[in-house]
Design a protein around this ligand. Structure first.
Ligand code: HCA
Ligand code: CU
Length: 383
């Protein structure tokens, strides 16, 4: 089964650092990595040691922190970067080189033959230096690359017998789930190797594409907390969890789901952004029910309108009741929560009052409570 044996490569400390407002201190990196480790991600990818002296020191700090997660760093496909990365003591190297016409022309100027040669040289060098290191080779901008070029490169690298994984990257967020499914399926069949998918979200398909990759046999998915990354980022950790949970909760049970709200909040605070209101699981409206018809059904059985259980994430559902779409079942539930014994006629009367007033302006919960308390004879004065 495609979803039973997958791993998350959490790249908040690499792709995430490329987000506009992200600059993590060593202490913050240790905190983020520690929380991700408690959550249970299998691998944590960190910025290349070649980026800056602090980046190099931070890899050493996180690698020495005794986490269960394997620590990886992400490097360009050249011997100098590889030598420097090997020296940090990481458990794995993620090596990448661009194969699209755009990147071949403007990034490194190499043709496909040269790409294969340099990749073979670098992979061989890394394996010789550290026979046990986890080694991944990836093509950047996979989905704008010529298919025959790509297959040549992947087959040549697979034939070396040196890498543990091949990576597929939707660098500009252009791929459709059907394309990802086809491409990943093809590489799995041709090489038999583990496949990693890295997908940007420019056109809103990052989660669907990650799911399609898994369906086609991918074994590793790259995520970041809140989806931060270059531009508008990549597959969000929480979004991937939501996607897989709704297929079968068993697929995400290996993770400590109750840590998700803390992870999202940590990154929001660190990057000085808000968690989007419509964020998967942790957005302020993710478990908010409003219309009277919905409220009635959810009060009877949350499963009527909830595919994710908020309590699995340490969260609670909310029922908004002070608005014109409210219904008397929701108002009665509120009265019961307040311990008030009101007959149905009274509750219906109060519901009418709320709807009438809410045509002007929605009522706060305190204002609804005041009406209920007043009707129950427990007068409460609201200024
Ligand atoms: C980058 C590009 C990358 C690499 C992905 C990968 C992309 O910022 O270096 O190595 O799997 O989106 O192509 O993030
Ligand atoms: Cu990326």
């Amino acid at each position: 089964m495609p979803f039973e044996n997958y791993s998350i490569i959490e790249s908040t400390l690499r792709e995430g650092e490329q987000f506009s407002t992200a600059t993590f201190s060593t202490a913050q990196k240790l905190e983020i990595a520690g929380m991700l480790d408690n959550f249970g991600v299998e691998m944590i990818e960190m910025t290349s040691p070649c980026a800056s002296p602090q980046s190099e020191a931070d890899i050493r700090a996180v690698t020495s922190a005794g986490l269960n997660a394997r620590i990886l760093t992400h490097i360009r496909c050249n011997r100098d970067d590889a030598a420097r990365a090997l020296d940090t003591g990481v458990h794995g190297l993620d090596v990448v080189i661009g194969t699209s016409p755009q990147l071949m022309q403007h990034r490194h100027g190499k043709n496909i033959r040269q790409i294969i040669d340099i990749a073979a040289e670098v992979m061989t060098f890394i394996r010789q230096q550290q026979p046990d290191i986890i080694l991944r080779f990836s093509t950047e901008d996979t989905f704008r690359s010529k298919e025959s070029d790509l297959l040549r490169v992947y087959l040549a690298i697979a034939d070396l017998g040196l890498v543990n994984r091949l990576g597929v990257a939707d660098t500009v967020g252009v791929a459709l789930p059907t394309q990802v499914y086809r491409m990943v399926g093809q590489i799995v069949r041709l090489t038999g190797l583990d496949i990693e998918f890295h997908g940007h979200n420019d056109s809103g398909c990052a989660i669907a594409n990650a799911c399609a990759a898994l369906e086609a046999g991918a074994t590793h998915i790259d995520t970041t907390i809140l989806g931060i990354g270059e531009r508008n980022g990549i597959t969000p950790l929480g979004g991937l969890v939501a996607r897989l949970y709704t297929i079968d909760r068993a697929y995400v049970e290996k993770y400590n789901l109750k840590l998700l709200p803390q992870l999202d909040q940590l990154i929001a605070d660190t990057c000085e952004i808000d968690i989007p209101f419509n964020n998967y699981i942790t957005g302020s409206s993710a478990f908010m029910h409003k219309a009277g018809i919905h409220a009635k059904a959810v009060l009877a059985d949350p499963g009527t309108y909830e595919i994710l259980k908020p309590e699995d994430f340490g969260l609670t559902r909310e029922i908004a009741i002070g608005h014109r779409l409210t219904g008397w079942n929701a108002i009665r539930d509120r009265a019961e929560t307040l311990g008030l014994a009101l007959d149905d006629d009274t509750v219906r009367d109060i519901t009418r009052v709320i709807k009438g007033r809410a045509d002007e302006r929605s009522l706060s919960l305190d204002e609804v409570d005041a009406l209920l308390l007043e009707a129950a004879g427990e007068l409460k004065v609201i200024e």
